[in-house]
Design a protein around this ligand. Structure first.
Ligand code: ZN
Length: 425
């Protein structure tokens, strides 16, 4: 994952343009990712696909022709989506176009202006203070022209038509934790899902430009909304912070139970935060007319760490172990979704006699015998038809895989029967 992130880091991504395509093409070498597109001007829900933005070059030059700020040195120097400019600019006119962070004088901020025609440069405050007041040549060789918005989509079908969605944004330029960490985890998770010998459900991986990409997907795939049982937005997974799980809008969907269960089972530090309409694309997937049942898994929180949206969100701050842990948690989540079924106890009046059926104290030599017996007792107790395997797992603290093995045994002896409906909880 770290190698992939290193490779993708230099690319100047935005919500449209060659950078996104280059990123998706690289990911296509890892996973069967389809690159979709919608032309500029296409209405998508309440939005419109913007003109496509590409950068050939951008710099600020002094009167000796020296580049004092150069997009080629760091793509954060140019305000993302800057309109083309080629003229001499007075010092006073330049000032409001320069963005720096006095509180962090060595960091370059990351700024965008997607939906308002603007231009500007970002620089460290230290560099700004050293810039002599003068007239400068502003050269922003960008194009904002009818083109397309791209997004990547990989779908791995399951035995049923229902599906789960993982989504991550792909629109940030040279920033590491904020979006490359999510991209890497999503890509490697997709590889794992692809190689599962069996899938009850379909899994969809969306690599979308933030906001407009998620809205474009929603607008073009309305027929799939009803098939989505839930999902997860992945972001900010590379820093050495505890996990933060942001709940779905309702806070009681399957993922809201499943993900904290997975994190508890792994015995890793995490916090749960309720939904708020501020953050990543869960805002779109959880809007009131959509509500796909999606949460968001982060480590550092959205806009909640000092390096957020600055040049200090760099490769050195990434922790490969933390990335790997995030990938493992997502893999566990898929396991839970796959295993989660609802059962009905067929002998609910008193405990059925397990010993007579060879199910109690009968697994001598099997180191897991006690665990299986506990799992069977929990299942027989809790499966009144209202609780899923996941809910029994949460209540009992037992791993869902163990409950699944016990449920299979009890089903073989006609003590349980599966009644999984379509409603996911
Ligand atoms: Zn961001």
């Amino acid at each position: 994952m770290l190698a992939l992130i290193h490779e993708l880091f230099p690319i100047c991504r935005s919500i449209t343009g060659e950078g996104v395509r280059q990123t998706l093409r690289r990911l296509q070498q890892l996973i069967p990712l389809e690159m979709h597109s919608l032309p500029s001007g296409t209405p998508v829900l309440d939005w419109t696909i913007p003109p496509e933005w590409n950068v050939r070059d951008a710099y600020l030059a002094n009167d000796r022709g020296e580049r004092v700020l150069d997009f080629r040195r760091n793509n954060l120097h140019l305000v993302n989506y800057s309109v083309p400019v080629d003229r001499r600019v007075e010092w006073s006119e330049l000032q409001p176009r320069l963005h720096s962070l006095p509180a962090h004088p060595d960091w370059i901020p990351y700024r965008t202006s997607y939906y308002r025609p603007e231009w500007g440069f970002c620089l460290s405050d230290r560099q700004r203070q050293q810039l002599p007041p003068a007239t400068y040549h502003v050269r922003i060789d960008t194009t904002l022209e009818p083109g397309v918005l791209n997004w990547g989509e990989a779908y791995f079908p399951g035995e049923t038509d229902a599906e789960y969605v993982f989504s991550t944004h792909v629109c940030h330029p040279s920033l590491a934790n904020d979006n490359l960490a999510g991209i890497a985890v999503a890509a490697f998770l997709a590889q794992q899902v692809a190689s599962r010998p069996q899938r009850r459900f379909g899994y969809r991986f969306l690599l979308v430009p933030g906001t407009i990409g998620a809205i474009a997907w929603l607008a073009t795939r309305e027929a799939r909304w009803g098939k989505v049982r839930g999902g997860l937005v992945l972001a900010l997974l590379g820093h050495d912070y505890p996990f933060t799980y942001k709940q779905s809008s309702c806070g009681d969907r399957e993922v809201d139970v499943a993900l904290p269960h997975v994190l508890r089972q792994r015995n890793v530090a995490f916090e749960v935060m309720p939904f708020e309409p501020y953050g990543y694309d869960e805002r779109q997937y959880e809007s009131p007319g959509v509500r796909l049942g999606m949460g968001c898994l982060m480590r550092s929180r959205y806009a909640g760490y000092p390096e957020y949206h600055t040049s200090a969100d760099n490769l050195e701050r990434l922790h490969p172990v933390r990335l790997a842990e995030a990938l493992a948690v997502c893999g566990d989540l898929v396991d839970v979704w796959e295993a989660n079924r609802t059962y009905q106890n067929c002998q609910p009046r008193g405990e059925p006699q397990l010993g007579r059926r060879g199910l109690y104290q009968s697994l001598g030599g099997h180191s897991d015998a006690q665990g299986i017996e506990r799992a069977m007792l929990w299942l027989l107790h809790a499966t009144d038809g209202s609780q899923s395997l996941l809910q029994v797992a949460v209540r009992s603290g037992l791993p869902i895989a163990q409950l699944q093995r016990a449920a299979d045994l009890l089903c073989q002896h006609d003590l349980l029967r599966e009644i999984s409906g379509s409603a996911a909880k």
